[in-house]
Design a protein around this ligand. Structure first.
Ligand SMILES: [Zn+2]
Length: 260
């Protein structure tokens, strides 16, 4: 418990005083603004399922109405789902979600790099529509836009791990614990290597792409109030400063009490 709490606090950031009530199993923790105001700390609301639109509605344990947006990116949510799938013993689903997380990370990178090259948003949409339905096209776009931008190819999922993923997803293979953790570690390195490079080379474009995501989520909030926006404590978080390096996958899974 104490370890997971420390990991959560680290993820939230040391500059915020977070007081946390922990609920297992963890999915995603949403803070109720009204409870926070009343207690002077932060109350944590346990939500069953991570939502793709990043928008959470419902009631906190004290009955306050909630309308909370998160700035969590799709690849970050999928990675979280994969880690939770391991905790729950769903290995095939974990590999599938890790794989989808990497694909959505490629999309986010393409959005950042397009901004870096001053591609108009409408033009980007036209180009994206051409590759939208096929992940192999998206991978190709990522590899070459990254290479053209930085003069070196990106880290991607290696052939052995691609075979593992294909066997699991297309041939119904049942992965063992070791397979899942190896695939997870590979996905983690692909994403964190890429995010580190993007942050180092074009942080303004990373922030602009993140801003687009926040705008997209707020547009779904309509005119409903009260509302709030939060940074959720996820294993991957694009706003985290990893310029000096990022923590190992083993340290990440230790926060989820996952062991090899
Ligand atoms: Zn509340």
């Amino acid at each position: 418990m104490r370890d997971r709490l420390r990991c959560l606090r680290n993820a939230i950031g040391s500059n915020r005083k977070a007081r946390v009530k922990w609920g297992l199993p963890m999915r995603i923790n949403i803070i109720c603004p009204q409870c926070s105001q009343a207690t002077g700390g932060y109350a944590v609301f346990h939500v069953e399922e991570i939502r793709e639109d990043g928008l959470y509605t419902g009631k906190c344990p004290n009955g306050h109405d909630l309308l909370v947006g998160t700035q969590t990116l799709p690849h970050e949510m999928l990675f979280e789902i994969a880690l939770n799938a391991i905790v729950d013993g769903y290995r095939r689903e974990a590999i599938s979600s890790f794989s989808s997380s990497v694909e959505r990370f490629y999309e986010f990178s393409l959005r950042v790099l397009a901004k870096h090259h001053k591609v108009d948003a409408g033009v980007f949409s036209q180009a994206w529509n051409i590759v939208n339905r096929q992940s192999e096209r998206q991978l190709g776009a990522f590899v070459f836009l990254y290479t053209a931008s930085f003069g070196e190819p990106p880290v991607t999922i290696n052939t052995k791990m691609v075979e593992l993923r294909n066997n699991v997803i297309h041939k119904g293979a049942l992965p063992n614990n070791d397979d899942v953790l190896k695939f997870g570690a590979s996905a983690y390195d692909v994403i964190q290597n890429g995010i580190k490079k993007l942050r180092d080379a074009c942080i303004d474009d990373v922030n602009a792409a993140l801003g687009d995501r926040v705008t997209e989520i707020s547009s779904k909030m309509g005119s409903q109030y009260p509302r709030s926006f939060q940074v959720t404590p996820t294993a991957l978080n694009v706003i985290e400063d990893i310029s000096a390096g990022y923590k190992s996958f083993n340290d990440v899974i230790a926060c989820y009490r996952i062991s090899g």
